[in-house]
Design a protein around this ligand. Sequence first.
Ligand code: NAP
Length: 377
Amino acid sequence: MAMTSSSSEEGTTKEKKKQGLGWIEWLRGWFYVVYEMLFQRIMASHLQNPMPLPPINDLTCIVTGSTSGIGLEIARQLAQSGAHVIMAVRNLERAHELIQKWQNEWSGMGLPLNIEAMELNLLSLDSVVRFAEAYNARSGPLHVLINNAGIFSIGEPQRFSKDGYEEHLQVNHLAPALLSTLLLPSLLRGSPSRIVNVNSILHQIGFVDTEDMNVTSGKRKYSSLVGYSSSKLAQIMFNSVLHKRLPVESGISVLCVSPGVVQTNVARDLPKIVQTAYHLIPYFIFDVQEGSRSTLFAATDPQVPEYCEMLKTDDWPVGPFLSQDCRPANPSEESHHIQTQYEVWEKTLEMIGLPSDAVERLLEGEEVKCRYGVRQE
Ligand SMILES: NC(=O)c1ccc[n+]([C@@H]2O[C@H](COP(=O)([O-])OP(=O)(O)OC[C@H]3O[C@@H](n4cnc5c(N)ncnc54)[C@H](OP(=O)(O)O)[C@@H]3O)[C@@H](O)[C@H]2O)c1
């Protein structure tokens, strides 16, 4: 794999393993977080709300976590603009209620919406494999996979999935990584196609220790902020390698986006007083329609694949990232470490039970066994 000489030197000459962000990096990270919160509305003032979408009648899109917040809005807008939408959700009943409501609201305005729901629980890697197998078995194309579902369990104690992984890491990074990889055959059938990962500005204060992905060694004190920000940084690093590994000819673009600071259920676990303050500063905080724009842009704008290809051919060290104002942005300096990106890549594949050459084999049309799911041996 090609990489810039300066970047590879940077990677290979890293002598002492870094244990965390330095205080200057940490302060800079917080500066970006506060800046986004205070100025996102000004930065995004050139965008219309709702954002007009190009013709998407031919697109099939999977949206994870579409029963609430940003994902719900994305699924609704994609379906109302003509796409075939698959809501990948853990609460099927809620998804069917939403579909019924949207169909009723839409009746008389054109053909019925082309929208359906399939079960996916990201806290179970078995569930991810079952979902991918069921979708791939349709032998149809997939044009857009939106990894939107996420958790931020503010103030909650550290919790682990039944697979043994810290919950933020599993829901925000590991499970979407498994889903993206296993759906490559369908994305290849839908090529040109895209994987859009809903990330966060909070990755700027994240740090990934590949020897302590679960934050259990005691080297770092766990907090939900550590779990969340590290999972979002791990997602950028993993997808940077995926972006490099997917040849241009595959026609599959991979990118991460920041939705901005958005008023959703993501704050449901905050103390009541903080939730009240959150509701009192609506000027700064996006509503879900505003917060869905960068993801919808990444999923549908015709210039996005060109931008992704340009970064690939320029050997830019990190994968494509779009800011909440739909402009290309530079993710944190930490995400640029090529050696750590590859460590995150290998560690992630090991944790999700896939061989290190899974991507290449899936692109060749070979079957790849995953340690999880119904087809395990
Ligand atoms: N809101 C913000 O300010 C903000 C800022 C930056 C990034 N983000 C990111 O934006 C994305 C969407 O978040 P949101 O703000 O819209 O939050 P939200 O309203 O809490 O929605 C999260 C969605 O994820 C789903 N989900 C959670 N755990 C799941 C699991 N184990 N399996 C399947 N689905 C699961 C939820 O399903 P249920 O309805 O079943 O709970 C829900 O539909 C997340 O990735 C988040 O990190 C949000």
